[in-house]
Design a protein around this ligand. Structure first.
Ligand code: G
Ligand code: G
Ligand code: MN
Length: 258
């Protein structure tokens, strides 16, 4: 237990330092439509520590959330994503790409969340319709009306929201009714055994139907095989993301793909 506390304390201290020394980068995982066109990407943070090596988001994001360091990190991610969108928008072959970033519930609960996002996006001077904020059901642990109002303000401003890891949490349906979201991401756990597990197939089929009925775009995550892709296409899933296509890529490799 003491070792774990020491490690957490160390990571927290190093995170603070790395924010100043620019040791974080974004990787970009492509998203394809059913005709195999690369139409969007999800930005996923990576931490390259000079001594500790690569630290996975699963290992540091929870610590960042507990220590509130997720706030400066989240701002950095948004800023970085906007800069990237801005670069793509200068190039006619790249300006159609939409970019999703992950936003923690902790960020959304901040009093100044809406204004902070507006400031960063306005300064970056991007096409707002290309930026998508991914949220998870954990925002529901806060005041749902307040959260809904904040999201609506940003939708009015021109941004859109995607519901990540859909199907794994609770109250998923109430969420759809109350929050102004335009996209659902089917959690990887339902896609993994799509070809062998009948109930996973039924689950995915139902999620896609649900999404369609609500007028949402549906993205499948964790698409790892041709068989996954074919099954999802047969169900009229809108977009596809996963190792079958690409891993999250450094920007140079992503731009090469484009
Ligand atoms: O990327 P994988 O790439 O290992 O990411 C693991 C987890 O970390 C995912 O659940 C993902 O949503 C989360 N994550 C990745 N990048 C970010 C980020 O920039 N901000 C937040 N809040 N979570 C992120
Ligand atoms: O929670 P979120 O959906 O943001 O997390 C995306 C996570 O899924 C990242 O850690 C990313 O690296 C990982 N990922 C992306 N594609 C695949 C895939 O095809 N299979 C698996 N197992 N993980 C994937
Ligand atoms: Mn995500």
């Amino acid at each position: 237990m003491q070792k774990k506390i020491d490690y957490t304390t160390l990571l927290e201290k190093e995170m603070r330092h790395s924010l100043k020394t620019h040791n974080f980068v974004l990787h970009y995982q492509p998203q394809y439509d059913s005709t195999n066109q690369l139409v969007a990407a999800e930005a996923l943070i990576r931490w390259y520590h000079p001594e500790l090596g690569i630290i996975r988001p699963d290992d540091f994001i929870p610590i960042a959330e507990d220590s509130n360091l997720i706030l400066p990190i989240g701002n950095w991610v948004l800023q970085e994503a906007c800069e990237q969108l801005n670069l793509w928008q200068k190039n006619s072959k790249q300006q159609h790409i939409k970019l999703s970033i992950n936003v923690s519930a902790k960020q959304i609960w901040q009093k100044d969340f809406v204004q902070d996002v507006k400031n960063i996006v306005t300064t970056a001077n991007i096409d707002k319709s290309k930026l998508i904020l991914e949220i998870t059901e954990s925002v529901l642990l806060g005041d749902i009306n307040e959260v809904a109002q904040k999201l609506q303000e940003l939708v009015d401003f021109g941004l859109s929201f995607s519901l990540d890891d859909f199907g794994t949490g609770y109250s998923s349906l109430g969420y759809l009714k109350n929050l102004p979201i335009s996209e659902l991401k089917i959690d990887q756990s339902f896609v993994r055994d799509l070809d062998t597990n009948k109930s996973d197939l039924l689950m995915v089929k139902s999620i896609i139907a649900l999404g369609k009925n609500f007028g949402l775009s549906v993205v499948a995550e964790g698409v790892e095989t041709q068989c996954h892709f074919n099954l999802l296409k047969d169900l009229y899933c809108d977009m596809y993301q996963g190792y079958y296509f690409n891993r999250p890529l450094p920007i140079s490799e992503f731009d090469q793909l484009l």
